[in-house]
Design a binder for this molecule. Structure first.
Ligand code: HEC
Ligand code: HEC
Ligand code: HEC
Ligand code: HEC
Length: 162
């Protein structure tokens, strides 16, 4: 064969070898397809254990309902039905085994986040009934008067106590 055939062929060979060598160096040994049907496609086998080791942070209201049926039943009948328990109580992690338990936040901040009046008409946030935190009983916790799991009802017990 002539030079003008050999030269490009050599370049192609070098490129192919380069790709194969890079692949051998860079792709981990346990990279492959591990189940029939190609369900999870190509992945690192060791990556499965890495995902399993990640602690689940949020567990959804359905999990809470299993043990706190009373709270769940009260909440889903209320105007707060759409708010997930963990939105107010924080991530579940290892509750109830976790001795720290769930976070109970009685601060005004928790509610003001959604209920400080915002004049954004036509938006979902603007549609939430709002108050002016500086004028609406500024020195008291919201839960002194409102029941977070049933906000349309007033907290009779606490009102009487205060
Ligand atoms: C396996 C059952 C179980 C599940 C699931 C569960 N809890 Fe609990 N929870 C308990 C028990 C038991 C207690 C009472 C023990 C205590 O006060 O620490 C408790 C207490 C609480 C408390 C009060 C803690 C305190 O300091 O008084 C809150 C708030 C709470 N749970 C919220 C939640 C939320 C939100 C979820 C869902 C993300 C949830 N729980 C899921 C069993 C459970
Ligand atoms: C809008 C915020 C909000 C949501 C949503 C919410 N909580 Fe609460 N929760 C609170 C606050 C605030 C308190 C403290 C109330 C108080 O002290 O008066 C509380 C108290 C509790 C307590 C403590 C014991 C008690 O009887 O008061 C438990 C248990 C609890 N919530 C479970 C749940 C579960 C389960 C869900 C979901 C089904 C849920 N909460 C949803 C804000 C919320
Ligand atoms: C994640 C956002 C969010 C948080 C946090 C939240 N709320 Fe709400 N709240 C809502 C939404 C949404 C509604 C229902 C709006 C509607 O459909 O009318 C509502 C409704 C209410 C209502 C009824 C208003 C009315 O007259 O119609 C009261 C009262 C209320 N919330 C008090 C509270 C209190 C007290 C807290 C804190 C413990 C709190 N909310 C935390 C979103 C929130
Ligand atoms: C001392 C009792 C008390 C405290 C504390 C209190 N509220 Fe109220 N709230 C009321 C009463 C009474 C009403 C109904 C009459 C009114 O609108 O003033 C009301 C009404 C509301 C409404 C309905 C407003 C509307 O336009 O429909 C929302 C939302 C609300 N409160 C949220 C909160 C939030 C959030 C906090 C804490 C930052 C809070 N409240 C603290 C007594 C209280």
């Amino acid at each position: 064969m002539k030079n003008h055939v050999w030269r490009p062929l050599l370049i192609v060979l070098v490129v192919v070898c380069g790709i194969l060598m890079t692949r051998a160096l860079v792709v981990p040994e346990d990279f492959g397809v591990y189940e029939r049907g190609y369900m999870y496609g190509w992945h690192r086998k060791s990556n499965e254990a890495e995902w399993k080791a990640i602690r689940v942070k949020y567990k959804t209201a359905r999990v809470c309902a299993g043990c706190h049926k009373d709270k769940h039943d009260e909440l889903i009948k209320s105007v707060h039905a759409a708010i997930s328990c963990e939105n107010c109580h924080g991530p579940n992690y290892d509750h109830p085994e976790d001795p720290l338990g769930m976070n109970i936040d009685r601060s005004r901040k928790l509610c003001i986040r959604c209920h400080s009046y915002l004049p954004y008409k036509g938006t979902l946030r603007g549609g939430i009934p709002g108050i002016d935190p500086e004028k609406h009983y500024p020195s008291a916790e919201c839960v002194l008067c409102h029941i977070p799991h049933n906000p349309k009802a007033m907290n009779q017990k606490r009102e009487a106590r205060s």
